[in-house]
Design a protein around this ligand. Structure first.
Ligand SMILES: Nc1ncnc2c1ncn2[C@@H]1O[C@H](COP(=O)(O)OP(=O)(O)OP(=O)(O)O)[C@@H](O)[C@H]1O
Length: 627
């Protein structure tokens, strides 16, 4: 009963390995068919050559003692020399072919992996550490997928050599043949166990490696350099990084030690078998049961069988380890979508009536606190809605739900009455433009930094410049050393660039902010515009200018603006105060002032901050006050 279950478990464990083998072979075959075929030919030649050498050597030795004509001996010698040349050349050729197959297969694998990652439409996966670990392993494993093919060919070549020498050995001594093969059994089992342990260890240390990489990046990142230096946090972070390195190294050392003990024992076993065989051969030759040529063939055959078994076993173990890693790649490219997708999702029509959040509850994961606790909100088409609320009230979360980066845990977001879950998310996002609070500063040219908002037109300067003008950053960009073509990065500078003071321009925080705005503007004529703190980091004049521009731009469009600066939201058609996970207040600026609730209190408080009026009301609850 239990053995049947064990059998079943073993089969189930083998299945992903077989699937991984098929994946790796498929990549190599699709990537470099010719190279794989040539590697196959090289493997066959490599399998035949050593056996041929052993038999030719025997013939030469016995020929010298047995009066074979010299011409025949020379021919045998020439055959030996030729086989030697072939054996010497094969490894170089194989190395070249393997690298070539690896490059092609790896390109294909990396492309497929990234295409698969791009298919995850939500953000949840990227916030899951387990997923990130797997992704890293998948990326590593796909760097040399052809290793599986190389291992398979090494096994084939090893088996050929093995067969040739085993036949030779069987002819000389069946008992010795049996002993040599039997001694290989423990080696195979031990090597497979070691490779499984090594693959397990690789997975175990991935979190530590990821954290080490994080500290390493932090310690060398220009963005963090300021704070780390001012706060003197370098030593602290370095100690953390080294602790992670030590943790990973401890696990690596334990595996290496295990391998040392196991492989040392196996090497001793092999040497004892070979030594015993040699004693037997010497005694047999002494008793004239074996010729000199037979002894030479015997020695070469024992070494050949052991060598071939060793290389078959280590190729199998290496392949096993690789396959366990490639299984992560396979899991990645065959993973289910992160957000449930309908078999046939509907196209997304232009927004006519509006977006409705109907009793939306949301938390980032089971067991996490609720961020939204039954939000009911309508954003009518063609109107400007402002979202305000304290830090952490869930404003950014709400706009992420509008883009369907997550699905509500309960309730629904409706686009003209249709649940977002029924719409094609890519088409939905085609209809949205946004400036996120944590917008990206791309290490690309100024023009590309804007154009990436509408990739189809990234090479079209017209819309890019227009967007830059609207965001009030055109003059700054024109003034850059290479205008819009200036690379906004110090990351990709070459040695020759370094000598040119015009390269590697660094923008100010406010300039980056406007560039992000321009990126949103270049996606013109979208149905919904999301602006999450679009004026953070702008000077007073720029903020005024940007908000005036935004007001003009928003006219007649559907927009959602998040801002802590209440002066910037006062002319929105509807102001929504999020508090405690629900809509606490909603109305126009005048309505909310008249209602004299949280918004009114905060607005007066901020206004007092500007005018220096000390009679401002006390805020009922701590909210952000941006003077
Ligand atoms: N990816 C995430 N995973 C888990 N929790 C998150 C995530 N993003 C945000 N949160 C949590 O959700 C809550 C709401 O965050 P959110 O960014 O929506 O607030 P906000 O109102 O935009 O705040 P702020 O005014 O500070 O920008 C916070 O408590 C935050 O810690």
């Amino acid at each position: 009963m239990s053995s049947g279950r064990d059998h079943h478990t073993a089969r189930a464990a083998r299945r992903p390995l077989l699937a991984a083998a098929a994946t790796a072979t498929g990549l190599a075959w699709k990537g470099a068919r010719g190279g794989v075929l040539m590697l196959g030919v090289a493997a066959v030649l490599g399998g035949v050559a050593p056996v041929l050498v052993a038999w030719l050597t025997r013939a030469v030795l016995d020929g010298i003692g047995g009066g074979t004509p010299v011409s025949e001996l020379v021919a045998l010698g020439a055959g030996l020399a030729l086989t030697g040349v072939l054996s010497a050349l094969l490894p170089q050729l194989e190395q070249y072919l393997r690298a070539e197959v690896d490059r092609s297969a790896s390109r294909l694998g990396v492309e497929r992996l990234h295409a698969a990652v791009d298919r995850f439409i939500g953000l949840g996966r990227f916030e899951d550490p387990h997923f990130l670990d797997r992704l890293r392993l998948a990326g590593d494993s796909v760097r040399s997928p052809a290793e599986i093919v190389a291992a398979a060919l090494a096994v084939a070549r090893g088996l050929l050599v093995l067969a040739g020498f085993l036949v030779s050995l069987l002819m000389l001594s069946p008992v010795m043949a049996l002993v040599v093969v039997a001694a290989a059994g423990p080696t195979l089992l031990a090597e497979l166990a070691l490779s499984r342990r090594r693959a397990g260890m690789t997975l175990d240390i991935t979190p530590a490696e990821r954290r080490e990489l994080f500290y390493n990046n932090l310690l060398t990142s220009p963005a963090a350099a300021k704070e780390i230096r001012l706060f003197g946090a370098g030593g602290f972070l370095r100690a953390r990084m080294m602790a992670e390195r030590r943790t990973a190294d401890r696990a690596r050392r334990a595996t290496d030690r295990r391998e040392l003990v196991a492989q040392g024992g196996l090497a001793v076993l092999a040497a004892v078998v070979a030594g015993g065989g040699l004693v037997w051969a010497i005694r047999s030759a002494h008793a004239h049961a074996l010729s000199v040529g037979d002894v030479s063939l015997f020695i070469l055959a024992v070494a050949g069988v052991q060598g071939a078994l060793g290389s078959v076993i280590s190729a199998l173990a290496g392949a096993h380890h690789r396959l366990l890693l490639i299984a992560h790649y396979r899991a990645m490219i065959t993973a289910e979508p992160d957000l449930p997708a309908l078999a046939v999702s509907r196209p997304v029509p232009p927004l006519r009536r509006g977006i409705e959040l109907r009793d939306v509850w949301f938390r980032y994961a089971d067991g996490h606190p609720w961020i939204l606790k039954g939000v009911n909100l309508t954003i009518p088409a063609g109107t400007a809605t402002a979202l305000v609320g304290r830090n952490g009230a869930g404003k950014s979360t709400l706009v992420k739900l509008l883009c369907r980066f997550y699905d509500p845990t309960r309730g629904a977001v409706l686009w003209d009455g249709v649940d977002l879950r029924e719409l094609d998310p890519r088409l939905l996002r085609e209809r949205i433009t946004a400036v996120f609070q944590d917008f990206v500063e791309y290490d690309l040219s100024a023009s590309e930094n804007i154009g990436i908002g509408d990739v189809a037109r990234i090479d079209d300067p017209g819309p890019i410049r227009l967007a830059a003008r609207r965001a009030g950053v055109h003059a700054d960009l024109v003034a850059l050393p290479y205008g819009y073509d200036t690379l906004l990065s110090r990351m990709f500078m070459t040695e020759s660039d370094r000598a040119d003071p015009r390269t590697g321009v660094v923008l100010s925080g406010g300039q980056w902010q406007r560039l992000a705005l321009a990126r949103a503007f270049v996606r013109d004529a979208r149905d919904l515009m999301i602006l999450d703190e679009p004026s953070a980091g702008l000077d007073a004049a720029a903020e005024y200018e940007v908000h005036a521009g935004l007001r003009r731009h928003r006219e007649g469009r559907t927009s959602v603006l998040i801002s802590h600066r209440l002066g910037a939201v006062r002319d929105a058609d509807s102001i929504v105060v999020l508090d405690g996970g629900v809509v606490a207040e909603q109305g126009s600026h005048a309505d909310l002032l008249a209602a004299d609730g949280t918004y009114a209190t905060l607005f007066r408080l901020q206004a007092a901050g500007y005018t220096g009026d000390d009679d401002a009301p006390e805020p009922g609850r701590r909210m952000d006050v941006v003077p």
